[in-house]
Design a protein around this ligand. Structure first.
Ligand SMILES: C[S@@+](CC[C@H](N)C(=O)[O-])C[C@H]1O[C@@H](n2cnc3c(N)ncnc32)[C@H](O)[C@@H]1O
Length: 296
């Protein structure tokens, strides 16, 4: 099969793309060509594939300047998602800002685990997403469980504003209760003890000593509050595991995302706190990524 190069852009646009691609690759971004195309398509307000099939596309002087600015930002290793303001999760588009973690594909495993373990009950259930960030888990669960009561919490008011805007974007403005506060504390304040059926949490879990070794996109741009899991990365699990038990109904489930080599210590802590371990799910890299716990 012949691999085509863009033939529908003007020669000038192709030259721009080539220069931009080189700048991104030199900055250490291996997929520079695709990212340059994505940014030019963003400036033109067209789908990227239009570069290959639309009528000759060219940029006016203002657009050229804007494109050069975006390439400079990306070459300084600002994440593409922050530049575009968007990340896809479970097939839905979520607004992202520097106040929120960029949702990761492996976090979709939490949604898969909820569906596998809990099915789609027609009964109104109560779902809580702790540490909601963009609200990607809460909003996605809202689309999958249309009769559920859904609550989402975060300590960052700025992240909660983004989560609220994502709920609005997906027609769920009135359906999700957003609560600001430290971990489980907002749930205690509205007396949710023994009333939650499903709790999802993707907490900060990067060990503090590893933060400065992360790739520049994460290290310099994503919020530390969303990353730093303390000395060994397990601080949040130490607090969530004993605390969450009193909020789940008997038989209710807690779905935790964990980092590399954290599933075993989290499992041990969970058992010591009185949880039953239901399942540990691996991600595509075969890393134990989701721990599913059941309240006896
Ligand atoms: C790893 S991010 C997860 C965001 C989102 N759930 C996702 O999966 O993309 C962790 C989130 O926890 C929030 N957070 C950090 N410490 C917290 C605390 N003590 N109480 C509540 N939320 C906290 C951060 O603001 C951040 O939004």
């Amino acid at each position: 099969m012949k691999i085509s190069t863009p033939t529908s852009t003007t020669q000038e646009t192709q030259d721009l793309l080539r220069t931009a691609t080189r700048a991104l690759i030199e900055a250490g971004i291996p997929d520079g060509r695709r990212e340059a195309e994505t940014l030019i398509a963003h400036i033109l307000n067209r789908p990227r594939l239009d570069l290959y099939r639309a009528d000759a596309l060219s940029l006016d002087p203002d657009q050229r300047e804007a494109f050069a600015g975006l390439i400079r930002r990306r070459a300084s290793r600002e994440p593409l998602q922050y530049i575009l303001g968007i990340q896809e999760f479970w097939g839905l588009e979520f607004r992202v800002t520097t106040d929120t973690l960029i949702p990761r594909p492996e976090t979709e495993l939490l949604i898969e685990a909820v569906l596998e373990q809990f099915g789609r009950p027609a009964l109104p259930i109560t779902l809580v997403d702790l540490c909601t960030g963009t609200g990607c888990l809460a909003v996605t669960l809202g689309t999958l469980y249309p009769t559920a009561r859904i609550l989402a919490t975060d300590r960052s008011p700025a992240a909660l504003d983004v989560a609220r805007s994502n709920a609005l974007r997906h027609g769920m403005a009135g359906r999700i209760e957003f609560l600001e506060g430290d971990l489980l504390e907002p749930l205690a304040s509205i007396s949710l003890h023994n009333r939650i059926d499903v709790m999802t949490v993707n907490p900060p879990y990067v060990p503090a000593g590893e933060l400065d070794r992360l790739q520049p996109e994460v290290r310099f741009h994503e919020p530390r509050l969303a990353l730093n899991g303390g000395c060994d990365g397990l601080d949040y699990y130490r607090r969530i595991l004993p605390g969450a038990l009193e909020f789940l109904r008997p038989g209710g489930r807690l779905f935790l995302e964990v980092g590399i080599r954290q599933a075993i210590p989290v499992r041990e802590m969970a058992e010591q706190s009185g949880w039953r371990v239901d399942q540990i799910k691996k991600d595509l890299q075969k890393i134990d990524r989701v721990v599913v716990l059941k309240k006896p």
